[in-house]
Design a binder for this molecule. Structure first.
Ligand code: I22
Ligand code: ZN
Length: 195
């Protein structure tokens, strides 16, 4: 019965969110405060990831530059997966591992934040983007899953890991989009509180 299978997907998604909520709220609050404060000070967010996580990076950047639920001025967010000329040129000339790092070098400045998204924590181009960010004085929020992978080990005390509690890529992505909407909601509330 396909309905049973569908019901199991819902149950697994809900369970992943509940398990993550039990662990991730303090880090999520810290990430929201940090991003709101950086955006208020004129810094920007660069976001990157592969596949579904590239879509999540774009989704988040669009909610910063456009709006989330509340009318407010646009906020500076750039997804590093959207410029096909940059992706193909850097990929072709330097290798796919450098596609995000080279853009971080070009666009990032000290005080900005890199939002690095990887369900495994092991995508090399995301790892290299984090290394480039750290070298330039950007801070990092990493959305991970599973064991956090190599990314969890790379982060500094000033960086923030938001780890989805699941071993399944799709479930991790579903938690990640909840993280991102929570960040949007908190940024709006912190910077433009409802009257
Ligand atoms: O959306 C999905 C799977 O749900 C895929 O496109 C997935 O994002 C890709 O396989 C990515 O390359 C996985 O990379 P990562 O999350 O391990 O960094
Ligand atoms: Zn997917």
């Amino acid at each position: 019965m396909i309905e049973q299978r569908l019901q199991a997907q819902f149950a697994a998604s809900i369970a992943a969110k509940q398990a993550t909520q039990a662990q991730a709220l303090p880090a999520l609050a810290r990430a929201a405060q940090a991003l709101a404060s950086a955006l208020a000070d004129g810094y920007k967010v660069l976001a990157c990831g592969n596949g579904g996580s590239a879509a999540d990076a774009q989704h988040f950047a669009a909610e910063l530059t456009g709006r989330y639920e509340r009318e407010r001025p646009g906020l500076p967010g750039i997804a590093l997966s959207v410029d096909t000329s940059a992706l193909t040129a850097i990929g072709n000339d330097y290798g796919f591992d450098r596609v995000f790092a080279k853009q971080v070098d070009a666009l990032g400045r000290s005080g900005d934040w890199l939002l690095a998204i990887s369900t495994s924590g092991n995508s090399t181009n995301v790892i290299k983007a984090i290394e480039a960010a750290q070298a330039r004085g950007l801070h990092v929020i990493a959305l991970t899953g599973k064991s956090g992978g190599a990314i969890a080990k790379l982060l500094r005390t000033t960086d923030i890991e938001l780890r989805a509690v699941s071993e399944v890529t799709a479930r991790i992505q579903e938690v990640h989009i909840l993280f991102l909407h929570c960040l949007c909601d908190a940024i709006d509330e912190l910077l433009y509180p409802a009257p």
